[in-house]
Design a protein around this ligand. Sequence first.
Ligand SMILES: NC(=O)C[C@H](N)C(=O)O
Length: 294
Amino acid sequence: MSEHVALLTTGGTIASSRDEHGVSRPVAGAGIELDGVRVREVMSKDSSALDFTDLDTIRTATADALAEHGCVGVVVLHGTDTMEESALYVDLFHDDERPVVFTGAQRTSDHPDPDGPSNIAAAVAAAQSERGVLIAFGGRLLPARGVIKKHTTELDAFRSAALPRPKPLQWKPVAGIRVDIVALYPGADGVQIDASREAGASGIVLEALGSGNTNAGVVHAVKEAVAAGVHVVVTTRVPFGETSPTYGGGGGGHDLLDAGAVFSRELRAGQARIQLAALIASGTTDVAVHNSFS
Ligand SMILES: NC(=O)C[C@H](N)C(=O)O
């Protein structure tokens, strides 16, 4: 085939149908046949079951597709639950004029009024005309960096903080690296941070409160983790706005900074985890981690 869009299927609701009990499961192949589109099945998984090995597979498949003669752009069909992770993972290394466009669906392919077909049409059009790594979904075209799934069922499911892209990294696989997310709340202690460190995490992402705050016990655990060589990145459970290390008092963001944590600024926990894992895989220094998030 000469000029074409490569369409990679990975599973998700867009490639799922419901059984007699109404349970949705990905089925092999998405059954898509479109002129000028070359379809390749990469995997068939619900995106909430993807691991770092799968992310490496998806990234390699997009690079291979772009290397094919005549490929003008790539579409990745993907589950919505972790589309923000996979799209950012591809974006971190993307250094190509041609676009990679992720899309998916909120409704299964056998739904009487599915949203998959219109999302695919928008993604294929974007793959023929746009640049960068994007998410085409529910009538929006959003840059991958800064995107979050903001609604469990609405067809217009994503928003993006539209953040500037850092310089692309050299790809190194993240399979085998452990980066955990620890959610914080009033009364949280350091137990999960200690457990994560003991389980061999090279990085921990804190989903902190407000602009990036917690309490003195958590700060103490962070200090110990950093001293043991673990990279700690602070995000927030608040959906929009920047984190900032402005509060003191023993458990504030400023105390987390003093304990050696790095502030993610706009990236939320899911994407901050992916960026931290990619940086760790590339054998980065503390300073590079800091610069990459600031
Ligand atoms: N709408 C979806 O695609 C959700 C599905 N659980 C997935 O992420 O694979």
